[in-house]
Every structure is written in C-alpha cells, then in structure tokens.
Design a protein around this ligand. Structure first.
Ligand code: 5GP
Length: 114
C-alpha cells in the first residue's frame, strides 16, 4: 500500500481529470502539462520506481504502454505521433514515487533530450 499523491487519486481522495480506468490502472491528465496532450498512466499495484518492478511483473509496464497506444488511437493522434516516458529517480527528475508512464502528444515534440 503506497502513500503518494497518485495513490490518493486512485482512491478518489483527491480529484483528477481521469480519462481511463480499468482493473489495473488509472490514467489522468497531468496537472502541469508539458504538451497539448499530457496524460499519466498509473498502475494500481504499488512500485516506487521502475527499479522496483521485478521481471515477473513486466506485464504491469506493458499494460501501461499498450493502454497509452490505445488512448492515442481512440483520440485520433496515434498516426501523427506521440511520446511515452517513464522517469526513474533523481537524474531523470522523478518527483512522484509511484511508477507512471507519461503520454505526450498534440504537437511536434522535438528530439528527446534537446
Ligand atoms: P515525474 O517527474 O515523477 O515523472 O512526474 C510526475 C508528474 O505528476 C509531473 O508531470 C506533475 O506535473 C504531475 N503531478 C504532480 N502532482 C499531481 C497532481 O496532484 N495531479 C496531477 N494530475 N498531476 C500531478
């Protein structure tokens, strides 16, 4: 049982603009979007960072990525393109220690890291 702001969103203890939910995850709009579309896909299972996901839980990550792709297709921007990002620990700027996949889209994003 984790205790991050994202757990509070999962448990509806604080509001969020939820765009998708199933048995495994919740997806909601980032409060400080870095692109016209910026959605966070968060598993309901608790893992602080990607480092904490064991091989036998790889499906947790796969589900986030395929859900993001499905969302992009359903919203009509899959063919234009999008980016998925998962930050891990300090050098990547991770600020919320419950794993989450960023989906960024809606405009040319520039080359990653530049
Ligand atoms: P990280 O840097 O950990 O990969 O990304 C965390 C993201 O969560 C940031 O983009 C930040 O804007 C977003 N965020 C932080 N707090 C909240 C919140 O309370 N609600 C929502 N919707 N997004 C949040």
């Amino acid at each position: 049982m984790g205790d991050t702001i994202f757990h509070k969103i999962i448990h509806r203890e604080i509001p969020a603009d939820i765009v998708y939910e199933d048995a495994h995850m919740v997806a909601f709009r980032d409060i400080a979007p870095q692109a016209p579309v910026h959605v966070l896909f968060v598993p309901k299972q608790t893992f602080a960072t990607l480092n904490d996901v064991p091989e036998d839980s790889a499906l947790v990550i796969g589900r986030l990525a395929t859900a993001a792709a499905r969302y992009a297709k359903a919203q009509g921007f899959a063919d234009d393109g999008y980016r998925i990002v998962m930050n891990c620990n300090g050098d990547a700027g991770q600020t919320v220690f419950q794993i989450h996949l960023h989906l960024l889209a809606g405009a040319p994003l520039g080359r990653f890291g530049t």
